[in-house]
Write a protein that binds this ligand. Structure first.
Ligand code: KG4
Ligand code: ZN
Length: 370
């Protein structure tokens, strides 16, 4: 609908320079420039390399997104940007670009949370998020169970990993198997050819006295690494596909079991899965089976919207505009450890009485948030 907010979103929290444009719940453009190849030889993301790549990719990616969407920058109702969490230097490039564009165009600026964006992106795929929504957020930096009654203002953590994130475990095991970086997609591929029951790897934090919604993947990681090492020391070949499948099964078994339990305990009948690991084919399949058995409706965005992108930031920005949330101040800073409980960074000098987005249209850039 033409009266839904038209928002451009910028994502630079890690190694993807993402620029997305949405109108309400409709995706118009999703331009991504990745520096992943530049990090591959280091086996992980090098922050300085990522920041430099963002700087080089930023303007061309914004221009590409505007062209793809077929809209003029002057038509935008707001500019959203990932304010955190993420790599400080990388975030800074996006935040600076967003401020420059917003100020020059006279548009409101919304510094938003990367994690809430991973959840909100599903509105582009499956329409408005049910309220409340249970979200299993699994990425390279985070693994959490979150309950949200309003993605712009209320995100409650029920549990999280106490050590490695799920994606981090995929990346580390891929390194031990010499499969390269990032590890998730390649393990996913190998696992399809393997036997998930070949090795019974441990399921972390699933004992009766363990925290019901917390995760732990470091014990699993060590168990897999030891198993591989023992094979190698004995001069035996490592069955890569079987190890990949058995490791993957241990991760997704625990993730889906705890997510379904959280829905049941909280009386929530919708589960959303987001973040890069949500692209995993086995996680998607097992979550589908277990949710169906429990009478829970599962929502998982298409894989390209699960890994980092700008559309997810635009989606949350559009929701901020639609719900008249206060824009951020011009001195918005990148916050590498922005808490998951803060979906956006509202401006302190903003007067909520004048906060509608219609008003913002009529106001000059200089006193937008005043
Ligand atoms: O959300 P994301 O793109 O970036 C962060 O915010 O961290 O997630 C990246 C993580 C990486 O650890 C990557 O290995 C993992 O998501 N990943 C996958 C798959 N695709 C990406 N993990 C398992 N299976 C996949 N198909
Ligand atoms: Zn992410």
């Amino acid at each position: 609908m033409a009266d839904e907010p038209l928002v451009l979103g910028i994502e630079t929290s890690c190694d993807e320079t993402g620029v997305g444009i949405v109108r309400g719940h409709t995706l118009l453009a999703d331009a991504v420039a990745s520096s992943v190849d530049e990090h591959a030889r280091y086996g992980g993301v090098v922050p300085e390399v990522a920041s430099r790549a963002h700087l080089e990719a930023m303007v061309p990616t914004i221009e590409r997104a505007l062209k793809e969407a077929g809209v003029a920058a002057s038509d935008l109702d707001g500019i959203a940007v990932t304010a955190g969490p993420g790599l400080a230097g990388a975030l800074l490039v996006g935040v600076s670009a967003a401020k420059a564009y917003a100020y020059a165009l006279g548009k409101p600026l919304y510094g938003v949370n990367h994690l809430a964006s991973h959840i909100c992106v599903d509105q582009l795929e499956h329409g408005a998020l049910p309220e409340p929504t249970m979200a299993l957020l699994v990425s390279g930096g985070h693994s959490s169970l979150l309950l949200s009654s309003d993605i712009t203002s209320d995100v409650r953590p029920l549990g999280a990993t106490i050590d490695d994130a799920a994606g981090e475990a995929f990346d580390k095991i891929a390194r031990v198997l010499n499969l390269g970086f990032p590890g998730g997609p390649v393990i996913d591929r190998y696992a399809r050819e393997g036997d998930a029951e070949a090795v019974a790897f441990p399921r972390g934090l699933t004992g009766p006295r363990d925290a019901p919604y917390d995760f732990s993947f470091s014990g699993l990681k060590t168990a897999v690494a030891r198993w591989i090492e023992a094979r190698r020391n004995a001069g035996e070949e490592v069955p890569v596909a079987d190890v990949a499948a058995s490791f993957q099964e241990a991760v997704v078994d625990v993730l889906t079991r705890k997510a379904v339990r959280a829905c049941r305990d909280e009386g929530v009948d919708h589960l959303m899965i987001g973040g890069g690991v949500a692209a995993n084919s086995r996680l998607r399949a097992l979550a589908g089976e277990r949710c169906a058995a429990a009478g829970i409706t599962l929502r998982v965005p298409r894989p390209k919207l699960c890994t980092d992108n700008g559309a997810m930031v635009a989606a949350l920005g559009a929701e901020m505009v639609a719900r008249n949330r206060a824009p951020s101040d011009w001195d918005l800073s990148a916050d590498s450890s922005l808490p998951v409980t803060e979906p956006h960074v509202p401006g302190t000098s903003h007067d909520p009485a004048h906060g509608t987005h219609d008003h913002v249209h009529e106001t000059s850039a200089g006193n937008l948030h005043g």
